[in-house]
Design a protein around this ligand. Structure first.
Ligand SMILES: [Zn+2]
Length: 370
């Protein structure tokens, strides 16, 4: 992978959602702290207060107004390029309304500020969400995974940052510095400062960092969003298994927001967090460990590598289907084989490939341990 600044940028995730929610929270009480910080930059309290007002006004513009959101959207498109991959565009056009509806089930505020999104031309594995719910997915994301369930996990993570405005405070600091500096000893204002802010938002995403706490919150929100949107909840753990297999355990291989370096959780910690959530979601009946799916503590299956996935990655998809089956009560019905697919009630559990046990063998075993 290239290590250009975009990756870093994206990676920091901050953008993710930075603009979105944070602003609203921060707008009222924040100016005191902002003005203090600005005073050290600018030198006088009067000028600092004026600069702080300008910062809040520009944040409000890009985060809250349709005009500002569209300007930000256009600026990101210009900076990162719009993908010509029609298939990916169509797929994203189908996924975003589905995820939006899923998020609305727990957070209806999403309808007040629908996401503006596009696939960009960057080849690194990344995605980001900025203020104003402006969001973008790199073409490079699809080189890591083409599985729609896993792509949904990445989008849901970014939208978690967006819904909670995680990046706003980081961006506010950057805007304070940039706008404060521009106002020192001069009378600039209005559109000059607005343009300056846009420049910061588009070009400095890469150096805005999201806290570890906020990363966990986005991961945990993504779990609920993905389930509410009807995707396989096991994809949450599966994508981190895939990332570890493809890129290694080191977080330093990534610069993108999703895999932010430094103090962020490791791939394994994030995967295991999801495994724990899947266990709870199943009513403590199902888990997966080292590639083996377990029901009530007993081994059901260790899938082989297939469908372009390792056995371990597949095990999390099986776990996700089983957890959903238990959560939705399908475990009260019998397991059976439908062609090469293991079913539990109405819930498909696992498509069996060459090297896997047969679906009927697994159905017999599942009925004896479920
Ligand atoms: Zn993130």
């Amino acid at each position: 992978m290239k290590t250009n600044s975009w990756k870093k940028t994206v990676g920091t995730a901050l953008l993710c959602g930075v603009l979105g929610a944070a602003v609203s929270v921060a707008v009222q009480p924040a100016p005191t702290a902002s003005a203090k910080g600005l005073e050290t930059i600018i030198g006088t309290a009067v000028q600092a207060a004026a600069a702080s007002q300008q910062v809040e006004a520009t944040i409000k513009h890009y985060d809250k107004t349709e005009e500002g959101r569209q300007e930000l959207f256009a600026a990101y498109q210009k900076k990162y390029g719009v993908s010509e991959n029609y298939y990916r565009k169509q797929q994203l056009d189908a996924m975003m309304p589905r995820l939006t509806k899923g998020i609305a089930a727990v957070d209806p505020t999403i309808y007040q500020k629908p996401y503006l999104y596009f696939v960009n031309k960057q080849t690194s594995f990344n995605a980001f969400c900025s203020m104003g719910h402006v969001m973008s997915v790199n073409e490079g994301l699809y080189s890591l995974t083409e599985d729609e369930n896993e792509v949904a996990v990445v989008l849901a993570h970014e939208m978690g940052h967006g819904q909670k405005n995680h990046v706003a405070s980081s961006m506010r600091k950057k805007l304070n510095v940039a706008i404060g500096a521009a106002m020192v000893g001069s009378a600039v204002g209005g559109s000059v400062l607005t343009n300056l802010a846009l420049n910061v938002l588009v070009n400095q995403i890469d150096t805005v960092s999201i806290t570890k706490k906020d990363e966990w919150e986005a991961d945990n929100l993504a779990f609920d969003y993905v389930i509410n949107a009807g995707y396989n909840p096991g994809a949450t753990a599966a994508i981190w298994q895939r990332v570890e297999e493809k890129y290694g355990k080191s977080k330093k291989n990534f610069a993108g927001e999703i895999f932010s370096p430094s103090d962020h959780p490791t791939h394994e910690q994030r995967r295991e967090n999801y495994v724990k959530k899947l266990f709870e979601y199943s009513g403590k009946h199902v888990t997966a460990e080292k590639g083996v799916v377990k029901v009530n503590g007993k081994a059901l299956v260790q899938p082989v590598a297939a469908e372009g996935k390792s056995g371990a990655e597949r095990s999390y998809f099986v776990l996700g289907n089983l957890a959903a089956a238990y959560h939705n009560g399908h475990n009260k019905s019998n397991a059976y084989a439908s062609g090469n697919t293991l079913m539990l009630g109405e819930q498909p559990i696992m498509a069996c490939y060459s090297g896997d046990p047969s679906a009927s063998e697994l159905a017999t075993l599942l009925n004896s341990i479920k």
